[in-house]
Design a protein around this ligand. Structure first.
Ligand SMILES: [Fe+2]
Ligand SMILES: [Fe+2]
Length: 145
């Protein structure tokens, strides 16, 4: 989050190959999430913040289900662990909404959007860079077979 002249805006998130997990379908979901998080940085009203929070949460739920189904199909050894990480992230995102949407975003939409966006981005990007990057091996094996 960057502050200048009392304006608050989050740093623009960019897709990079460092985020790729070796599956076009999963990468496309992650790119979409990054795009929605960037949209959240530009939210100006409380209604926009809430709409984007709901859209990102829904997209995440669908994405988790898709990723877990790939892992099960490809017999990923870390399936249960990864599934647990998803559940934990879903709870964390819900808590971010509960704490910041009701108060901060309602009173100061732009400040709230930046806060919610940065907290969500932190959860999502760090999961992609660690847990999801660990899936590269199963997608590589799938391509080779
Ligand atoms: Fe994941
Ligand atoms: Fe993912």
């Amino acid at each position: 989050m960057i502050k200048d002249n009392n304006r608050i805006h989050s740093t623009h998130l960019r897709w990079s190959n460092a985020l790729s997990v070796g599956s076009d379908e999963i990468d496309a979901d992650h790119r979409k999430l990054i795009g929605l998080l960037n949209e959240m940085s530009r939210a100006k009203t409380y209604a926009q913040v809430v709409r984007l929070f709901d859209t990102i949460s829904r997209h995440l739920d669908e994405h988790f289900a898709k990723e877990e189904s790939c892992q099960a199909t490809l017999n990923y050894a870390g399936y249960e662990w990864h599934r647990g990480e998803h559940r934990q992230m879903a709870r964390r995102i819900k808590a971010i909404g509960r704490v910041h949407l009701a108060r901060l975003a309602r009173q100061h939409p732009e400040r709230g959007a930046a806060m919610v966006r940065d907290l969500m981005a932190d959860c999502i990007v760090s999961h992609v860079l660690t847990a999801d990057r660990g899936l590269e091996e199963i997608f590589r094996r799938k391509q080779a077979s």
